[in-house]
Design a protein around this ligand. Structure first.
Ligand code: HEM
Length: 135
């Protein structure tokens, strides 16, 4: 019986990442993780050019701006080679795919009020009509 040893996540600095900044070796940084996308260049649905533009540098903003799907995020895992050294990490950016309704709590209250007013108005109009015209 052999216990499975989880390999340590490799810590990589920008000094190292910068050396992999073209088509022959292309590393990019997204949300503090480092990806070797060299093999992925010709498979990327968004084309290789955008990845080559980001090669050897921070690509979080460009990646999030596109609004990549959860499939794309799952796909990234296979290209991950490590994570940024602690001194070069940035606070995580909010993911664009987070649902926006999370921030707007209380909106259901507003919609409830928007239909109770016409209903009350209709009720009052009916009562007045009955009092004056049906007696
Ligand atoms: C390991 C990193 C990446 C993976 C696994 C990945 C994967 C994908 C996938 C699967 C799609 C198809 C659409 C979707 O499912 O969202 C896509 C589209 C795209 N990606 Fe990436 N991507 C990566 C990095 C990047 C970066 C760094 C950029 C920088 C600009 C980028 C720009 C685009 C663009 C422009 C599209 C086309 C969007 C469209 O046609 O609507 N991607 N990517």
């Amino acid at each position: 019986m052999s216990a499975e040893i989880k390999p340590e996540v490799k810590k990589i600095s920008f000094e190292e990442i910068k050396k992999h900044s073209d088509r022959s070796s292309n590393w990019i940084v997204i949300n503090n993780d480092v990806f070797d996308v060299t093999e992925f260049l010709d498979k990327h649905p968004g084309g290789e050019e955008v990845l080559i533009e980001q090669a050897g540098q921070e690509a979080t903003e460009a990646f999030e701006d596109v609004g990549h799907s959860s499939d794309a995020r799952a796909m990234m895992e296979q290209y991950k080679i490590g994570t940024l050294v602690d001194s070069e990490r940035k606070p995580d950016l909010p993911k664009k795919s987070d649902p926006e309704w999370k921030e707007s709590s209380g909106s259901s209250d507003v919609s409830w009020k928007s239909w109770i007013v016409p209903i009350a108005f209709g009720f009052v109009a009916t009562v007045i009509y009955r009092l004056y015209f049906m007696s």
